[in-house]
Design a protein around this ligand. Structure first.
Ligand code: FES
Ligand SMILES: [Fe+2]
Length: 373
């Protein structure tokens, strides 16, 4: 059960804000030291937290069949995530148990993993299956040389990873989140890119609507509002609602018949480093993986919508069009301002950044991060 408000409540709150010229406001102003965006030690501490916190790594639909895998470095650790013959998704360190070579890269579908160096092979459950010229290893216990496993589980249509212990009952930290993806939604593509900024500078750009008019004047702003959002928190996570102007038509629709699809974009931030953007015709799962203090790998999985779509072909065509608009316009505008902030990060102009009453999801994020570190 999700602890976020129902669509009906969100729409009602948006319509009230439109009528009154208001928006959700936070109580606190937050000052975040600039050094926290530039420090190697701070990044190491953040990566250590990423490993303990249950973190989405892909949609379940990206690993639909037995043998489907992705190789992905999460918090700097190369992993393989694979669906087994029993239907269960498992995760392993992407390192051979002979001399450590990575077994695979990218994505694909396999029956087993065979090491490219000397040919040791492993099953989808990580078990060591075969050693070429095995008489060279007379004392080896194969049962002790399976792949090193990490905790993986599926929830809300996502695959979550927990690499390290240190948090009691980690699953409780995501228990109150909604079902993000259902089986009638299709995985239709993945994008990868590197943003030249600290991962937090980039993350912050997703979770406030205070920048819509200046930064997106010709792209998002003509369809939306400047600084008009509903902002909610569930545990360490947040959701920012970005309404479209067409939501005003719903003022004449009885509250219980109002549908949020096409009237709002929901932007979820799954603490610490994941965003889910539910747009009109598609949803993006975006993962921000820090490569170093000043570079972030951004991997986005794109999913179709089923609700309100006549059939799967139409749903896909609409999703692709929707995706192109977002990636070619608004997203590049965000990346430009964020990378420009990174270039001046160490200029000495700012000892800290100030987040005001219209940026409460960022304040919440920094409060949570500080508390966990
Ligand atoms: S390193 Fe993998 S088989 Fe030798
Ligand atoms: Fe933006």
């Amino acid at each position: 059960m999700s602890e976020f408000m129902s669509d009906i409540h969100v729409i009602d709150r948006v319509l009230t804000h439109i009528k009154n010229g208001t928006t959700d406001r936070g109580k606190d102003v937050w000052k975040e030291p600039v050094g926290n965006y530039a420090s190697k030690d701070r990044l190491e501490a953040e990566r250590a937290l990423f490993k303990k916190f249950p973190t989405p790594i892909c949609p379940s639909a990206a690993l639909a069949k037995t043998g489907d895998y992705i190789a992905y470095a999460a918090a700097g650790t190369p992993l393989i995530i694979v669906r087994g013959r029993d239907g269960i998704v498992r995760g392993f360190k992407n390192a051979c148990r002979h001399r450590g070579t990575q077994l695979t890269e990218g994505t694909g579908c396999v029956g087993a993993f065979v090491c490219p160096y000397h040919g040791w092979s492993y099953g989808l459950d990580g078990a060591l299956l075969g050693i070429p010229h095995e008489d060279g290893f007379p004392d080896i216990n194969k049962l002790e040389h399976g792949l090193a496993e990490v905790t993986v589980f599926e929830r809300h249509g996502l695959v979550y990873v927990v690499q390290d212990e240190g948090i009691d009952n980690p699953e409780s930290l995501i228990a109150d989140l909604p079902q993000f993806f259902t089986e009638d939604q299709d995985f239709f593509g993945k994008s990868e890119g590197v943003i030249d900024s600290n991962w937090k500078l980039f993350l912050e750009s997703f979770i406030e609507g205070y920048h819509i008019k200046p930064a997106h004047s010709k792209t998002f702003y003509p369809f939306g509002y400047d600084n008009l959002n509903v902002i909610e928190f569930v545990g360490a996570h947040s959701r920012v609602t970005y309404p479209f102007r067409r939501i005003e038509k719903l003022a004449d629709v009885p509250a219980e018949k109002r549908d949020a699809t096409g009237s709002v974009t929901y932007l979820y931030q799954l603490f610490p480093n994941v965003i889910i953007a539910q747009l009109t015709h598609h949803t993006n799962l975006g993962i921000l993986e820090p490569l170093d203090e000043g570079r972030t790998k951004f991997t986005t999985y794109h999913m179709t919508h089923s609700k309100g779509q006549s059939d799967k072909e139409t749903a896909l065509a609409n999703a692709v069009k929707d995706r192109e608009f977002v990636s070619q316009t608004g997203q590049s505008e965000d990346i430009a301002v964020v990378e420009a902030a990174q270039r001046s990060l160490l200029s000495g102009a700012n000892s800290h950044f100030t987040f005001g009453h219209f940026e409460p999801a960022i304040v919440h994020f920094h409060q949570q991060l500080k508390a966990y570190l």
